[in-house]
Design a binder for this molecule. Structure first.
Ligand SMILES: [Zn+2]
Ligand SMILES: [Zn+2]
Length: 288
């Protein structure tokens, strides 16, 4: 039998900090890929780290929130030595108007070695949508458009044109009858209702798939091991530009090399760009 390499996770007990069924997609990927045995603490509340429906604001960055969940998971399961958590964020695309973008991260932390690996997936077509309605038929057409009831819909009250969960909030809507009742209640209380896609993983099948992709990315990153110390997670930390121009030899804006660095031993591996010269079109001298 092959001796275990440093940072191997096979046979370790891991805790996945989720209350929204993420074990369905993260579990199989990381159990098969890393040999972990993954459990979910029950009961476990992750809403205190922030909710998409605005009752609890997320503190800090997406990674901060994932790490906080992960630490709480390890606290709830003292027999586990590996923590796993995921966090999503959704919003308008920073550069492309009207396009929504979702970012999922899955974080793994090994208490024994302090190894942390973060997997990521960017989704350019998340099921992330909202609409303000003033009648039931508009609410039903929104629900149909986003794929309700397989995709969840959240109804939030409105004040001053802004969704205010303290005015009205219902997340547990499983069927059309319940949706009609909820929208009716919100309209009665606020005159209008803010409807949005439920972004909780177990009520958003598109998101569940993105979380799986982020777990697969985590696995791929883990498998990039440092050739010197065997630590997983070797990653491109720096890109060097200035590939010489094929005509004049002056440095251009084109990529010259990627530098992978090891967070453990500091090893730095340089990968030169496939071509040793840049197109004159990329040269500020030849093509000003
Ligand atoms: Zn040139
Ligand atoms: Zn190393």
């Amino acid at each position: 039998m092959k001796a275990a390499r440093p940072f191997d996770l096979a046979g370790k007990r891991a805790v996945l900090a989720t209350m929204h069924g993420k074990e369905e997609v993260i579990g199989p990927v990381l159990e098969a890929g890393l040999g972990l045995s993954i459990e979910v603490p029950r009961p476990f509340d992750t809403d205190r780290f922030g909710t998409f429906s605005r009752e609890v604001e997320r503190k800090g960055s997406q990674l901060d929130a994932a790490r906080a969940k992960l630490a709480a998971g390890l606290e709830a399961s003292p027999e586990a030595s590996v923590g796993i958590a995921s966090e999503g964020s959704f919003g308008p695309h920073p550069n492309i108007p009207l396009l929504a973008v979702g970012k999922e991260i899955v974080v793994l932390h090994d208490l024994d070695t302090k190894l942390e690996i973060v997997g990521c997936h960017i989704d350019l077509s998340p099921n992330y949508d909202h609409m303000v309605v003033e009648d039931i038929p508009s609410a039903l057409s929104f629900a149909k458009r986003v794929g309700f009831p397989a995709q969840g819909v959240v109804v939030i009250g409105i004040a001053g044109g802004v969704p205010i969960p303290s005015r009205y909030l219902t997340k547990r809507i499983d069927n059309e009858e319940h949706l009609v009742d909820s929208v009716g209640e919100a309209l009665k209380a606020c005159g209008a209702a803010h409807l949005e896609t439920d972004m909780r993983a177990h009520r958003n099948p598109t998101r569940m798939l993105s979380i799986k992709r982020a777990a697969e990315d985590l696995l791929n990153r883990y498998r990039r091991r440092c050739p010197a110390c065997s630590r997983p997670g070797l990653a491109v930390g720096r890109r060097v530009f200035g590939l010489p121009c094929a005509w004049c030899g002056e440095p251009t804006l084109a990529l010259k090399a990627e530098i992978e660095t090891c967070a453990g031993c500091g090893l730095s591996l340089e990968h030169p760009a496939p071509s040793s010269t840049a197109e004159p079109g990329e040269c500020p001298q030849c093509n000003p």
